[in-house]
Write a protein that binds this ligand. Sequence first.
Ligand code: AMP
Length: 386
Amino acid sequence: MNPLHGLPLLGDLPDIDGRRVLVRVDFNVPLHIGIDGRATVADDFRITAALPTLRWLQDQGAEVVAVSHLGRPAATRDPRWEMDPVRDRLATLCPGIELGDNLRFDPGEKANDPAFVDSLIKGYDAYVNEAFGVAHRRHASIVGPPHFLPSAAGLRLAREVEVLGSILAHPARPFVAVVGGAKVADKIELLKALSSKVDTLVVGGGMAFTFLAAQGRAVGSSLLDLEHLEDCRALLASGVDIRLPTDIRALEPGGVLGPSGRGGVKVIEGDLPDGWNGLDIGPDSAAAFAEVVRGAGTVMWNGPLGAFEDARFAAGTRVVAQAVAACKGFSVVGGGDSASALEELHLCDQVGFLSTGGGASLAFIERGGDLPALDALRHASNAPQE
Ligand code: AMP
């Protein structure tokens, strides 16, 4: 089925010339605090991703007001999380768009409080969701307005759904997923969902050690999640082709991780001795993973292969990122850390699709495309009928 089926798109909105349109965007961007204490936008990828929709609405003659959350304020006004730096950048990139207050200053946003939904939609004629990064959240500004206003998915949100939906439905094979990151607990549902779809599942990062332990290997003092040992064992026994690191770059006992890190680092094959902390895949594993990735018809990458913020443990992530960029097939990269790694390597424009949502893209795959934001839009009064 077409992944966009039933989803109202911009063209499904009634005439918005001279009308007020509320656009939920995801401008939760990283900020840079200068020596003068002034915050500026450190990375505007999420803002630029929404511009085509904002400009389209302006071109139709609409009066556009965007709303977003920023950071993690404690449900009350907090000067650290005012939208001003974002507003400044938006004014430069797309003049004439108003940007409302940080939505999460009000407890009603996360609580999906009907009274807050009421206050949000007051005075508007239509609603557009251009916030894929939070499409998996059941928050007021995401699931509320489509009950009351003609609504539409923004261009970028629709593209996210189209790309992720199509690779799940009919990926060019072989379909390879590379999953890294710190915690198995965060990604076990993703791995289970992917295991029935992919041809090969490449597992790296801290989460690989629970898989290695499930195979009976000693993992020293590397990250280990005993609660999910059984899940990993079951996945390994399920018959899916899972590739795990065979060599590990590890930090000696008592070594310190981070920018001012110290301590001996060694590549170890097989069991890790007591106290050694596995923080990256070794060069043999990186080469083997890269070969699988380069030969993929579709590759999906989510999560770093090591503690890449420390340059001593960045090589595995770098080699895999380069392979993803070099892959002749279609490559999709989840947001978050994988996107930062790509950016550092200046490889962003060499992948097929860079998702604006880390958590949302994981949730999309885990739930087969069923996200609260999409469900709400499909129930809007102007949604295309079956
Ligand atoms: P996630 O948010 O789950 O994608 O995890 C990203 C974090 O995992 C990054 O901050 C990495 O430093 C960290 N990470 C990746 N591999 C390892 C590892 N082997 N040991 C500890 N942390 C790791």
